[in-house]
Design a protein around this ligand. Structure first.
Ligand SMILES: [Zn+2]
Length: 70
């Protein structure tokens, strides 16, 4: 199962969560248990770079990664 990063809109806590592929619900905050959490885009970079393998060029995803992160 992939690990996604989530950010809590309630307290700003960022945490990682194992999420099954069939699950569409955001997990509750690990700190304050608020259900108001959003998936961070940074998680897609990890999975993209890990699955791209060698020899195949994967274009960077706009707004995702250290250079595009603001
Ligand atoms: Zn929280």
């Amino acid at each position: 199962m992939p690990i996604y990063e989530y950010k809590c809109n309630e307290c700003g806590q960022v945490f990682e969560e194992l999420v099954s592929a069939s699950s569409t619900e955001s997990p509750k905050c690990a700190d304050c248990k608020s259900p108001d959490t959003v998936k961070l885009l940074s998680a897609c970079c990890k999975s993209a770079s890990a699955s791209s393998g060698s020899g195949s060029y994967a274009p960077p995803i706009e707004g995702c990664g250290p250079s595009g992160f603001s």
